[in-house]
Structures are given as C-alpha cells and as structure tokens.
Ligand binder design. Sequence first.
Ligand SMILES: [Zn+2]
Length: 241
Amino acid sequence: MEKEVIKNLLQIQEIDKEIYQLEKIISDYPEEIKKLEKQKEEELKKLKEIDGRIKKLNMEKKNKELDIEELKEKIRKTEKALNNVKTNHEYRELLRQKALREKEILNLEDEVLNLMEKLEELEKEREELKKVVDSDIKKIDRVIEEKKKKLEEEKKRLEELRLKREELAKKIDEKSLNEYELLRKKTKNGIVIGVVDSDSDACPVCFMVLPPRLYSEILKNPDKIFRCPNCGRFLTSLEGD
Ligand SMILES: [Zn+2]
C-alpha cells in the first residue's frame, strides 16, 4: 500500500470513529426525550393526586349538605304535623323527633365546617405545588428543547462526515478500501489500522507484543502496511494527520 493510501485510510478511520459515536448519540435521543416526557407526567401526576383529594372532599361536603336539606324538610313536615296532633303522647313524640333531627343537623354542620377548613388547606397546598410543578415543567421543556436542537446539529455533522468520507474513499483503490471495510466489520472498537511507534513494540490494538523482526520492519518502512499476526489489523508506523 502506498503512503497516500495509508494516510487516507487513517483519516477514514478517524471519521468512522466519529460517525460511530455520533450514530450512537443520535440513536439514544428518543429514549432520553421519552424519559424527560415521563418526568413531566410525574410532575402533573402530583397535581392530579391533590385534585383527586379536593374532589373527594367536595363530594363529601355536598352529600352532607344534601343530608341537612333532607333533615330540614323532615322538620318542616313535623312542624306541620304538630298543628294537627290529637294526643299528648303524639305531641311529645313529634317534639322528640324534631329535637333529634335538629341535633343531627348541628352535627352535620360541624362536619361541613371541618371539611371546608380541610378544603381551604388543600387549595393552598395545591397553589404552592402548582408553582413548583410549573417551574419544574418549564425546566424540563427547556432541556427537551436543547436536546432537540443538539440532535439537529449532530445530524448535520453526521451528514458532513459521511460526505467527507465519500470524498476520501474515492481517493483509495478498491482493493485497499475493501480490505479496510472487511476488517472494520470484524472489529468491535472500529480500529482497523494501528499506528506503531518506537515507544512500544506491542500491537496498539490487541496489545500483543509483536515479533521483533516484524516490529523493526514496520518502523523501517513507514510506506508499507503490515498485519498484526494476532488480531489481523493493519499496522503502520506512518504518523496519522
Ligand atoms: Zn494486534
């Protein structure tokens, strides 16, 4: 392989690394946005929970008020009946009933007052909570906005890198490019070409110590490409850009 080919392949490798990272970042976005939307739902749930409690208390209050109305109606009927009583016994009985109902009403009115106090507290609590929830949601929305903006930027950058890669690929002969692609598919970390230098006699990809003769050959021939006997990656001593 010629010096130019190695240089171009090294550049392609750098681009591929970045493309790989960008693709991963981009594919993680939907999940991240989903998580943020979920956080928003959780915030709203807190409000819904307190709304549910308020609704329940209001219903309780309304039922008690209806009970009071019903008792008052009964008392009115008793009062009417009092005008037409025939016996003392009947008279006393009606008065007893009336008194019982009046007492019941007093109890119910106490309970209604109690409920109203509780409702007032809850309304205040809700107001405070709403402030917090609103501000939290605003923050989350801002983060979502930023993420979407960044996603667009990263997609654009990815597009640029792909174009750049295409241009570089045109400069490399098919055989070398095919070899590179084939090796790239086999590697997990995306490193196909390892750059060997005089500091270490190990393969920079798999870290196995290279046979001394191969190592000195690589250092002596920066224009040539070699293969690691252990991991099969290309090895060169040519400095990348
Ligand atoms: Zn190796």
